[in-house]
Design a binder for this molecule. Structure first.
Ligand SMILES: *[C@@H]1O[C@H](CO)[C@@H](O)[C@H](O)[C@H]1NC(C)=O
Ligand SMILES: *[C@@H]1O[C@H](CO)[C@@H](O)[C@H](O)[C@H]1NC(C)=O
Ligand SMILES: *[C@@H]1O[C@H](CO)[C@@H](O)[C@H](O)[C@H]1NC(C)=O
Ligand SMILES: *[C@@H]1O[C@H](CO)[C@@H](O)[C@H](O)[C@H]1NC(C)=O
Length: 397
């Protein structure tokens, strides 16, 4: 891991950026690997008490890890006497993991494992409903930015389903815009874009969309057209992308994401601000968090990377590269369709305004989280490397 970010720098310049909100402070992130033994012990206890109803659910959460931990064989042995199904013979973790998780109980022909966010009507034949769109636009919004949000949505064609994440509790007021009536609305106060994305953009829910736009509300879109953007993304095989940022008007942090005049898109940088090594993030294979666009495969990966306990104002972007085969070829900035990043500072003002949630504390959490996420990633990557050589012994510590 060669990422050398300076939290103070990022704090200062990222201040007015992206994500939206958050409502609590002082919460310590519990490293999830440390919590695992507890979870396993708890799972075992529940498994004993409610062997039939509960254990299948637990297995989804715990057993994918079983390859690396010897706990699994212990569990397999202990659970066995209470089972009377297809895995009754299992004695090892990998065999236990084959236990049906749900859909296996159904005739395959009736299983629908993917969905979408397209609204349906309550009458008529389902076959004649309007079809789900090809692409999805999601925006985390507050009502104060409605004019800009309306302008943004206007740049997206009929080929887009729209979903709004409301962090300020205001929802029906948006119906003054005709398009709002066709959009899906999710409301949860003082939450960030990534909080919403984790909970409402599960890869199986958005699997029908070729591209998912996960945008902030404060982007100037005068020189942007979504269909033209997608044409470029497809043509150049970009799995993760963002529109170039107009440096003459809005805010910019990294040179690599600044719009260039040399072509319709660019991938690698020649250096510039915060770019110590042209082959490393954030110099190439990098886009920022305020206006990313993901192909469905890339999103399937990024969704898994979002941590449940973090609000993720920033920091995820330094790891988007993990979600494509060749970051320097498959991640890029689209110059021909570009935006202005106004950098409206909505996040810090979303604290609870009191001692325990002041703007300063909101900001402090963002910085602590960035460090926590980075070290979490470093640790698990190391553990994975170790487990390859000592796969039979647990590497928790
Ligand atoms: C357990 O399995 C045995 C043998 O397959 C079967 O005869 C028995 O009915 C099963 N018991 C229950 C409760 O399913
Ligand atoms: C369990 O083991 C017995 C004997 O080894 C075998 O006949 C049976 O098919 C196995 N059942 C399953 C579900 O693997
Ligand atoms: C939304 O934006 C469009 C395009 O700029 C504009 O024509 C329309 O009047 C706006 N709607 C409202 C309700 O302001
Ligand atoms: C894991 O181990 C196998 C065989 O021991 C080896 O072929 C493979 O390259 C290793 N993978 C990594 C990522 O170290």
């Amino acid at each position: 891991m060669q990422i050398k970010e300076k939290p103070q720098h990022r704090q200062k310049s990222h201040d007015k950026a992206m994500a939206k909100t958050l409502g609590f402070s002082g919460m310590k992130a519990v490293p999830f690997l440390k919590a695992l033994p507890l979870a396993v012990a708890f799972g075992f206890f529940i498994g004993l008490s409610f062997p039939v109803a509960i254990t299948p659910k637990l297995q989804c959460g715990i057993l994918p890890w079983s390859r690396s931990f010897s706990y699994s064989s212990v569990l397999g042995g202990l659970w066995a006497p209470f089972r009377n199904d297809t895995t009754a013979n299992a004695t090892s973790g990998s065999e236990v993991a084959r236990k049906p998780r749900g859909e296996e109980r159904l005739p395959p022909g009736i299983v629908v494992s993917e969905s979408d966010l397209h609204l349906r009507r309550l009458w008529g034949s389902p076959a004649e409903d309007t079809a789900s769109r090809k692409y999805l636009l999601t925006l985390a919004v507050g009502y104060a930015e409605k004019v800009n949000v309306n302008a943004t949505v206007q740049k997206f064609s009929e080929n887009f389903d729209v979903m709004l994440f409301h962090y300020d509790g205001v929802t029906t007021e948006w119906d003054e815009f005709e398009w709002s009536k066709q959009a899906a609305h999710v409301s949860a106060r003082k939450q960030t874009k990534w909080w919403f994305a984790k909970r409402f953009l599960h890869p199986s829910i958005v699997a029908r969309y070729d591209y998912v736009f996960l945008w902030d509300e404060d982007l100037g879109v005068e020189n942007f057209d979504a269909e033209a953007y997608i044409d470029i993304v497809k043509k150049h095989g970009l799995r993760i992308s963002q529109p170039g940022l107009d440096a003459t008007k809005g805010k910019t942090l990294y040179d690599v994401s600044v719009k260039r005049d040399t072509g319709e898109m660019h991938k690698t940088d020649g250096g510039g601000r915060r770019c110590p090594d042209v082959h490393q993030r954030p110099c190439s294979g990098f886009v920022e968090v305020m206006a990313p666009v993901f192909s469905k495969d890339a999103w399937r990966c990024v969704w898994h990377m979002i941590q449940n306990d973090l609000v993720h104002r920033w920091g995820l972007d330094f790891h988007f590269w993990r979600c494509v085969d060749d970051p320097e070829e498959q991640i890029g900035i689209v110059d021909a369709q570009y935006v202005v990043h106004h950098g409206v500072p909505t996040l810090e003002s979303q604290g609870n305004g009191e001692k325990q949630g002041s703007g300063a504390k909101v900001k402090a959490r963002q910085n602590e989280e960035m460090v926590a996420f980075k070290s979490r990633m470093t640790r698990v990557a190391k553990e994975l490397a170790n487990s390859n050589t000592t796969s039979s012994s647990p590497t928790l510590s």
